[in-house]
Design a protein around this ligand. Structure first.
Ligand code: SAH
Ligand code: SF4
Ligand code: F3S
Length: 457
C-alpha cells in the first residue's frame, strides 16, 4: 500500500508576537513539499525549529533553556541511529545568530525572519555538514515572493502579514534591528492570499505588521484602502489588524472604522506611557494629550470600539509622578484589554545606556498597580456586555462537552452550550454573564438582531 503521509517530522515552537505565528505557518508551508509534516512534540522529530523572540530579556533566556532540552533529545535520537536537525529562527536568530551557534553546538542552522525561503538550502547544508548555515539577510520582498502560494490553514480565522519591519526606533525596542526597515507587500499579493484563505473556509483575517497602519501599498490608499479592498472578498466577514502606532493612525483609517461593516470594532493602539517626559525619552512620536485626542476621534467614528494597548513601566528616568500620569491616562481612556511589561534593558538599544535605570522592586510595584487598574477596566468592559446580543464567530469545540467557543466583535472569547455545527458560523448570541477573561452566552431569542454597545466604558 502506498501512503501519502509525510515521512519526516517537523516540530516548530513559536515564541513572541503574531508575526512569528504567521511565519511559523509559512515555514511549515515551505517545508511541506520536502516531505515534512508538523508534529506537536520535539521528541523524535527530524527537524526542530525554534521561532524566537528577542523583545525582552526573559524571552531570549527561554530560548537558551529550551535549546538545552533539545540538545539532550538530539543526543538520544543520535544514540538511536537517527538524526535531528536543530534550527533557530526569528528575532533572536537575527540579533545573536553567530553567538547562538557558538554557545550551543547542538544548533545546526540559524535563519533570520526575512530568510525563511532559504530553509531548504540551509537544511541541505546542515545534512552535508558543509557550507554557510547562518542566513540573516534583510530582504522582505524576496521572502514573500519566494514563499509558496499555498497555505495549509485549518479553522476559520487566519493571520496575514501585510507589512514587516519598523522605522520608528523607540529607544527601548529591538524590533527595528531584528526585523529591519518598514516594508509593505503589494496589495494584489495580499488580496490573492486573502482569497485563497477565504476559499479554504477562513471567515476572519487579522492583518499583521510591526506597524501595520504604516502599510503603504504604493497607491496612496494606506491600510484603509487595503481593508476596503479585502472587505469585498467573498466569504471574508471579519477583518482585524494589529499592531498599530498612534502616529500612523490616519483620518482614512479612522473613518473606515465607522464605515466598513467587516472591520471589527477593536483596536490595539499602544501608548507605552502617560508622561510626556517619558514618551519623549522613548522617542514615541506622540504626547499623552495627542494620544487622548486621537482616541476621541476614533470613538467619534466608532463609539463602541474596544481599545487595547501596551504599557511599559520603569523606563529609565520614570519617577512616581510619571507613573501616576500613566495611571491617569489609563483612567481617561478605559481599556478593554491591555498588555503591560516591566522595562527590560536590551543590549544595543539607546535606552539601555540611559541614566536613571529603575530598580526592579519599583518596577514590580508599578506593574502590579497598573495591572490591577487594567484588570478592573477589562472586567467592567466585559460585564457591560451582559444582556446584549452579539454576533459571535464560533471557532472550535470548547473544553467541556457540548460547548462551542468563539469570539465577539470586540475579540472577547465567548463560550456557549451549543451544537458543533455552529463552528464556522457567525451567530447572534445573548451574553448571560462575564468574567475578566471571557463571556458566557446562550442562543439569541428568535428574531433578535445583534446590537452595538451604545457607549464604550
Ligand atoms: N510594533 C508594536 C509592538 C512592538 S513589541 C508597537 O509599536 O506597539 C510589543 C510591545 O512590547 C511594545 O508595545 C512594548 O510595550 C513592549 N516592549 C518592547 N520593548 C520592550 C522592552 N525593552 N521592555 C519592555 N517591554 C518592551
Ligand atoms: Fe518597537 Fe516602537 Fe517600532 Fe513598535 S514602533 S516595533 S515599539 S520601535
Ligand atoms: Fe518578538 Fe520579534 Fe515579534 S522580537 S515581539 S518576535 S517582532
Amino acid at each position: 500500500m502506498t501512503s501519502s503521509a509525510p515521512q519526516k517530522r517537523l516540530y516548530i515552537k513559536t515564541y513572541g508576537c503574531q508575526m512569528n505565528v504567521y511565519d511559523s505557518e509559512r515555514m511549515a508551508d515551505v517545508l511541506r513539499p520536502l516531505g515534512y509534516g508538523v508534529t506537536d512534540t520535539p521528541e523524535g522529530a527530524d527537524l526542530v525549529v525554534l521561532n524566537t523572540c528577542h523583545i525582552r530579556e526573559k524571552a531570549t533566556e527561554k530560548v537558551y533553556s529550551e535549546l538545552g532540552r533539545i540538545k539532550r533529545m538530539k543526543a538520544r535520537r543520535a544514540d538511536a541511529g537517527g538524526e535531528m536537525v536543530v534550527a533557530v529562527a526569528g528575532c533572536v536568530a537575527q540579533a545573536e545568530g553567530a553567538e547562538i551557534m557558538a554557545r550551543q553546538p547542538a544548533v545546526d542552522l540559524v535563519v533570520g525572519p526575512q530568510a525563511y525561503h532559504q530553509l531548504p538550502e540551509l537544511i541541505a547544508r546542515a545534512h552535508r555538514k558543509s557550507g554557510e548555515r547562518l542566513s540573516a539577510d534583510f530582504a522582505a520582498d524576496e521572502k514573500f515572493d519566494a514563499l509558496p502560494a499555498a497555505r495549509a490553514t485549518e479553522g476559520f480565522t487566519a493571520f496575514l502579514t501585510v507589512q514587516e519591519g519598523c522605522d520608528k526606533f523607540c529607544t527601548f525596542c529591538v524590533v527595528p534591528y531584528t526585523r529591519g526597515a518598514e516594508y509593505s507587500r503589494p496589495a494584489t499579493a495580499i488580496e490573492d492570499e486573502a482569497r485563497r484563505l477565504a476559499d479554504q473556509g477562513v471567515r476572519e483575517v487579522t492583518l499583521l505588521g510591526q506597524n501595520v497602519n504604516a502599510y503603504d501599498g504604493g497607491d496612496g490608499q494606506g491600510l484603509a484602502g487595503l481593508v476596503r479592498r479585502l472587505a469585498k472578498v467573498p466569504g471574508l466577514d471579519r477583518i482585524r489588524y494589529t499592531t498599530s502606532h498612534p502616529a500612523d493612525m490616519d483620518e482614512a483609517l479612522i473613518a473606515a472604522h465607522g464605515e466598513i461593516e467587516a472591520l471589527m470594532p477593536y483596536l490595539h493602539l499602544p501608548v507605552q506611557a502617560g508622561s510626556d517626559k517619558v514618551l519623549k525619552a522613548m522617542n514615541r512620536a506622540h504626547t499623552a494629550d495627542s494620544y487622548l485626542r486621537l482616541i476621541e476621534r476614533i470613538r467619534a467614528a466608532r463609539p463602541d470600539i474596544a481599545l487595547s494597548g501596551d504599557f511599559i513601566v520603569g523606563f529609565p528616568g520614570e519617577r512616581d509622578a510619571d507613573f501616576e500620569a500613566t495611571l491617569n491616562l489609563v483612567r481617561e481612556v478605559g481599556y478593554a484589554s491591555a498588555f503591560s511589561f516591566k522595562y527590560s534593558r536590551r543590549p544595543g538599544t539607546p535606552a539601555a545606556a540611559m541614566t536613571g535605570q529603575v530598580a526592579d522592586a519599583v518596577k514590580e510595584e508599578r506593574l502590579a498597580r497598573l495591572q490591577a487598574l487594567l484588570e478592573e477596566q477589562q472586567s467592567a468592559f466585559n460585564q457591560a456586555q451582559a444582556g446584549r446580543v452579539l454576533p459571535v464567530l464560533f471557532e472550535r469545540a470548547g473544553r467541556k462537552a457540548g460547548q462551542v467557543v468563539g469570539r465577539s466583535p470586540y475579540l472577547q472569547p465567548v463560550h456557549m452550550e451549543g451544537p458543533a455545527d455552529l463552528i464556522g458560523q457567525i451567530a447572534p448570541v445573548r451574553i448571560v454573564s462575564a468574567t475578566r477573561g471571557s463571556l458566557a452566552a446562550e442562543p439569541a431569542p428568535q428574531g433578535s438582531a445583534p446590537q452595538r454597545v451604545a457607549e464604550a466604558v
